[in-house]
Design a protein around this ligand. Structure first.
Ligand code: ADP
Ligand code: MG
Length: 363
């Protein structure tokens, strides 16, 4: 990997009231990378981003930007820029004045301000909008102006904290696609915070899943989705079914009864994981995961239906099936072994060897 542009080394943050927001987080970000920090509310995403920005003082650890230790440096001297939620444009200022605002604050002379904002506007292809006010812009154009204001001081890294979270669903999807395209065109390094799993998977070059102030998994979207290293990641990203029980001779046993046939060996307390779209109606082969249960709910989702199947007391399995398929009250579902994930019940960590997602010639 190239020399990282951001290096977060064992960052800890304990707030004065004793809350441990970050319990030792280490992550590097390569030049041009879009790194997404994702996790449930309260897991420490904002605290980590604000620590990189210099808006929060870590209790321990070290932060480098562009190879320079900035742990004790003031925010404006770190070479990073924060893009705020909803892009927070000044409604009564023109696009040009919005973009130039940080330069004005830094007392940059007018000609230099104009030159730099023209440059950024050209890059973002909003040059012809410089005289407009935010109300006269589309959602995507506002996003570009917000990013332009962050880029105008020439930061090495853009930091974004849930910029799309308060937008309506349709606009959010549009802006997400636009942001991905912008990142590809600009090549700027971005650290992006979201609690939205779809946003994380669609935007990221790499996803950093946080839980209770620690990294749960750090990898490509394909790897965190395809081979989650813990049961937490498996359910948080993509809502995997988890069947808790004891493995005995290729069967999963709960309260003395067999509830599933499970491919592969192993014994002990486990969570058997399987995504709803990996389950099919019918009886699979000997090496398949197989469960039987009563359909307690059928949800129409448009192109598919989601069945909620009660396979044991307190254990519901969700399966996506074709809409037009008639289903019995009691159904059997199966999944191929490649779609079955085993997690240790105690530690929550992955048990079976992870499928490989390396690109290139097979070994
Ligand atoms: P996220 O952005 O992932 O939702 P935060 O980084 O905002 O999480 O918060 C992480 C944890 O730190 C939470 O438990 C939150 O309540 C706590 N926290 C955040 N800011 C403060 C503060 N100023 N004082 C005390 N606790 C805080
Ligand atoms: Mg937050």
């Amino acid at each position: 990997m190239d020399t990282p542009i951001v290096r977060v080394d064992d960052i800890r943050k304990v707030f004065p009231d004793g809350t441990v927001a970050l319990g030792g987080v280490t992550v590097d970000c390569a030049p041009g990378e879009l790194l997404v920090l994702v996790g449930p509310s309260g897991c420490g995403k904002t605290t980590l981003l604000r620590s990189i920005a210099g808006l929060e003082t870590p209790t321990g650890g070290r932060i480098e930007v562009g190879g320079v230790d900035v742990t004790r440096e003031a925010p404006q001297r770190r070479g990073v820029a924060m893009v705020f939620q909803h892009y927070a444009l000044y409604p009564d200022k023109t696009v040009r004045d919005n973009i130039e605002f940080p330069l004005r604050m830094a007392r940059v002379p007018r000609t230099e301000r104009n030159r730099r904002s023209d440059e950024v506007a050209h890059l973002l292809q909003i040059g012809e909008l410089m005289g407009r006010r935010p109300a006269q812009l589309s959602g995507g154009q506002k996003q570009r102006v917000g990013i332009g204001r962050a880029l105008v001081r020439g930061p090495k890294v853009l930091l974004m904290d849930e910029p799309l979270s308060n937008l309506d669903a349709k606009l959010r999807v549009e802006m997400r696609a636009e942001l991905r395209a912008l990142h590809q065109a600009l090549g700027t390094t971005i650290v992006y915070v979201t609690h939205d799993q779809v946003e994380a998977l669609t935007l990221a070059d790499r996803v950093c899943v946080l839980r209770d102030g620690r990294i749960e998994q750090l990898d490509t979207p394909e790897a965190v989705f395809g081979a989650p290293s813990t049961a937490f990641v498996a359910t948080f990203l993509g809502g995997m079914n988890l069947l808790r029980g004891t493995l005995v001779d290729g069967h999963l046993v709960r309260d003395g009864s067999t509830v599933a046939r499970v491919p592969g060996g192993g014994s002990g307390e486990v969570d058997v994981g399987c995504r709803p779209d990996a389950l099919r109606l019918g009886v699979g082969g000997d090496d398949a995961l197989t469960v039987t249960g009563e359909v307690v709910l059928r949800e129409m989702l448009g192109t598919q239906s989601q069945l909620h199947v009660k396979v044991a007391d307190g254990l519901i399995v969700r399966a996506l099936v074709p809409v037009d398929l008639p289903t019995e009250r009691t159904v059997t579902l199966w999944a191929p072994p490649a779609d079955v994930h085993l997690f240790d019940a105690d530690s929550g960590t992955r048990r079976a060897p992870a499928p490989t997602f390396s690109v290139g010639a097979p070994a």
